[in-house]
Write a protein that binds this ligand. Sequence first.
Ligand SMILES: Nc1nc2c(ncn2[C@@H]2O[C@H](COP(=O)(O)OP(=O)(O)OP(=O)(O)O)[C@@H](O)[C@H]2O)c(=O)[nH]1
Ligand SMILES: [Mg+2]
Length: 334
Amino acid sequence: MPTVLTDEELINKAFNESSKMELELPSRLPAIVKAKKREHSRMRLVEKITVGYLESLVKSVPNLDSIHPFYRDMLEILVGLAKTKAALGRISRTARIIHEVNKANIYHLRDARSPSAAADVRRSFFGRVSSLIRGSREDLTILAEMREKMKDLPTADPDVPTVVLAGYPGVGKSTIVCQASTAKPQTRSYPFTTQEIMIGHINVHHLTIQIVDTPGILDRPLPERNKAELLSISALGQLADIIAFIVDVSETNGFFLNDQKQLQEGIRTAYPNKEIVAFFNKIDLASPHQLEEAEQLFGCCVRISAEKGEGIDLFIRTVGEALRRVKKPEMQMG
Ligand SMILES: Nc1nc2c(ncn2[C@@H]2O[C@H](COP(=O)(O)OP(=O)(O)OP(=O)(O)O)[C@@H](O)[C@H]2O)c(=O)[nH]1
Ligand SMILES: [Mg+2]
């Protein structure tokens, strides 16, 4: 998608180019004929620039009904699908109206009896074009906003086997992604660090898998969730072949093991068809009692100290095996 011009930028671009336009006309022509030819060309140029720009802008947006559901969900959360579609529709309509107004004014130009009357027709056309484009100000802003937000989204390949990390904020998801893959997400010692979705790649036995880091999601009803949380939920649903549920066994992220178990159950209910594999992180900080409690709740899980890089190999192998199980036919083909 090209940069989106503001209404003023588009108006200035069209009018500047039309005022710079030089038309070679034989000097023997009568003044009124020359004036009409000149105004005709200027009006055509303004039409060409504005209509051309608006139409190509609309065309540059992929068909919203056929994009990957992950991106459709993202667009819905970040901008709003209906809002974007309506803006695109109105911009197309504005382009058509400018085209019609141009035709009508070129017709009026024939009746002009003096160079100044010809200039009046052109001025009236320019006035209409300005106000039509100013009327698209909000719609252009919507598209500019959409372009900004969508351009930073990660490129997800729906055909590559994908593990999505889930868990409360601060359990160490980004640290794990950082250790295991090519992605370099931000990590901080306070929760809610990851506001966006980050995608890295790992090679397991000649097989590339995608690993998706998500903002921590809280065990709350949907309407109370913020945008970052909704993004995680969308990613989980659209991208995940399996979900790696990360448990902070040391509870230093501020969430008790019981709460973490409840979140896992919430995810299981939301995605009954996804395989969820739990992993114990922050083993270095966990007490024997915490480990025992965690095993009672989650069963026996791979243990990781992500910060030290311990257990990452086993994490990768376990994820690879789980993906092989759920995506067996496709992975054998690859
Ligand atoms: N001691 C110890 N600290 C860890 C371990 N794993 C992660 N941490 C620390 O825990 C903090 C949070 O880790 P992050 O990886 O940012 O957690 P996150 O789950 O991505 O958090 P959000 O993005 O907020 O959801 C950071 O300060 C990490 O350095 C670990 O195994 N041991
Ligand atoms: Mg994170």
